[in-house]
Design a protein around this ligand. Sequence first.
Ligand SMILES: C[S@@+](CC[C@H](N)C(=O)[O-])C[C@H]1O[C@@H](n2cnc3c(N)ncnc32)[C@H](O)[C@@H]1O
Length: 330
Amino acid sequence: MSVFEEAGELRKLWGGFWASRVLLTANNYRVFDYLIKPQPAKTISKKLKTDLRAAEILLDALTGIGLLKKNRDKYSNAPIAAKFLVRGSAYYQGDILRHADTLWQNWSELDEVIKTGKPARKAHDHEAFIMGMHNIASLKAVDVIRKIGMKGVKTALDLGGGPGTYSIEMAKRGVDVTLFDRPETVKIAKRVISNPSLFLPLNKGRIGGVNNINFIEGDFICDNIGRGYDLIFASQILHSLSEKDNLYLLKKCKRALNKRGRIVIQEFRLMKDRAHPAHSALFSVNMLVNTEGGRSYSADEMKNWLSKTGFKKAKEKLIGEAVIIQAFNL
Ligand SMILES: C[S@@+](CC[C@H](N)C(=O)[O-])C[C@H]1O[C@@H](n2cnc3c(N)ncnc32)[C@H](O)[C@@H]1O
């Protein structure tokens, strides 16, 4: 291998942002919505009101990275774009891309963040963030809730439940669910839960009748989270908090659970070395940039907190990239 080839890995790493930026910009212009049928660059440029040369260069780059197909002078969506990037698709992921675009702006401050240790959360689009959570959860909520199991669960708290994607899955199984989140999030969750079309294919034809979801608006650190729950589902919330706040929140959860109730935590999987998988280590950087004290945590760290706060029989299982940890209030 030549030394030039050897440096290829490095070029892939530093150049990774080119493909990312091209995708985010194409998503901002909704390029994929216009390429369900093959179209020449001229038509696309007219529809999107862009410069023609710029549109051609963007469409060629999207073709190069595998998101479009090009036949003579016409472009159309490759299967991955048709499935995930066209608005109205059952598997739509465009909102999480819009959220990634706001993260991009904050990540651009990373040099300064490393110096000060303080976040640089200048950009935030709350609707894109919460709908982005729905994009991701809707691809796996059925599987996650089935694997957690709702047997014997009459009441559940979806803590920091976001868009309510998991709440719906629990409610469909007859559980009375309370979704606790900030007022601005609850507003979006109510809209998502009342809009069946957003839940395809997750709930194909089965969404009607989910009326067993209650909402509590508040801050889960400062406010009362209610009590009398058989299960508390804490999905993707601990990573945004410091260790101290997590211990405080877990104690609160223990008090809110019924005797023999259980807490179920979902987080990204992180090895003890805190460096692998790479995605989770990079997610810690995301929390460094966007929160005061958050980062990815290993299963051992979280199990240790559960034991410190009095939970028993903590166990973990892996579901894809995520780790699920459950423990009991015995
Ligand atoms: C990453 S999202 C996870 C959403 C959902 N649980 C899921 O897994 O798809 C984190 C959620 O926690 C909520 N959240 C963050 N801090 C909160 C706080 N202090 N009090 C209440 N909700 C909070 C956010 O509004 C957001 O809905």
